[in-house]
Design a protein around this ligand. Structure first.
Ligand SMILES: Nc1ccn([C@@H]2O[C@H](COP(=O)(O)OP(=O)(O)OP(=O)(O)O)[C@@H](O)[C@H]2O)c(=O)n1
Ligand SMILES: C[C@](O)(CO)[C@H](O)COP(=O)(O)O
Length: 236
């Protein structure tokens, strides 16, 4: 649990950016596309290295062939934020597992897994998710759907009760040894996030996410993210 003296358990973060950005369809990896003049991944790294969060170690997972570009971008933007770069895998699951292996030293703590392409995660959501994981073992950010939702059937489709649904975001925070145990199990095609990997071992606690904590997935997300960042800068 977090106190005014700081968190009682050490905090770690794995920022996964090992994907290929197929849905973005751009000429460069979406984690390197610019928002207000800086790469998406750099914004995300800044979020997790805010001093108030007291994250001790930050691991950035990237495809091995993007390491040089990332180091060049950090140099170009004068960034000296301490972090470790680890090679990604074929799936998000494999990328998280590679990042987790790198955290071999710590014996206990809370680890956040976060999409490198969610650059708008607020300090409040990150703090609340770490704190909830310290209390409950596993906690993830999620929001209620704003639209009506329909399920698909052989006959067509049917209305669903959206009050019973949540849209899942990251960060997803876990007690370190729980996440290690979960990622020792074989990968399943149903894994879309870390909660789905952990949930057979432990109950997942939901924390209030934020509608502005979007994942940069398709081109219009970049427009929206930039507008949200501008609005946040004006409010600060
Ligand atoms: N092998 C993979 C696949 C995904 N990710 C990361 O997981 C997050 C969520 O994935 P998604 O948005 O699907 O990213 P991509 O796989 O890059 O996109 P797409 O599915 O459109 O190809 C992203 O930060 C992405 O870089 C990863 O680290 N390693
Ligand atoms: C982890 C995630 O961002 C939670 O919403 C999401 O599951 C990633 O899914 P994608 O299929 O890789 O976009």
């Amino acid at each position: 649990m977090s106190t005014s003296k700081g968190p009682t358990l050490p905090r770690f973060a794995i920022l996964v950016a090992g994907g290929s950005g197929t849905r973005m369809g751009a000429d460069r990896p979406k984690q390197f596309m610019e928002l207000l003049g800086e790469p998406v991944l750099l914004h995300t790294l800044r979020r997790f290295t805010e001093s108030v969060l007291q994250v001790q170690q930050c691991v950035v997972v990237l495809p091995a062939n993007q390491f040089t570009t990332w180091h060049q971008l950090c140099a170009q933007h004068g960034i000296s934020i301490p972090h470790t770069v680890v090679a990604g895998g074929v799936t998000r699951w494999a990328s998280v597992r590679n990042g987790l292996k790198f955290l071999s030293e710590p014996t206990e703590g809370i680890v956040a897994v976060h999409d490198g392409v969610r650059p708008l995660a607020s300090t409040t959501i990150i703090e609340n998710t770490y704190a909830a994981a310290a209390e409950h073992g596993a906690a993830i950010a999620a929001v209620a759907p704003k639209d009506s939702v329909r399920g698909l059937s052989k006959e067509g489709s049917y209305a669903m009760d959206r009050s019973r649904l949540r849209l899942v975001q990251t960060p997803q925070c876990f007690e370190l040894n729980l996440l290690r145990r979960a990622y020792e199990l074989p990968e399943l095609p149903t894994f879309t996030d870390d909660a789905s990997v952990v949930e057979d071992l432990h109950t997942i606690h939901l924390v209030a996410g934020d509608y502005s904590n979007i994942k940069i997935t398709t081109p219009e997300d970049l427009v929206l993210a930039e507008a949200l960042m501008r609005a946040r800068q004006t409010a600060d």
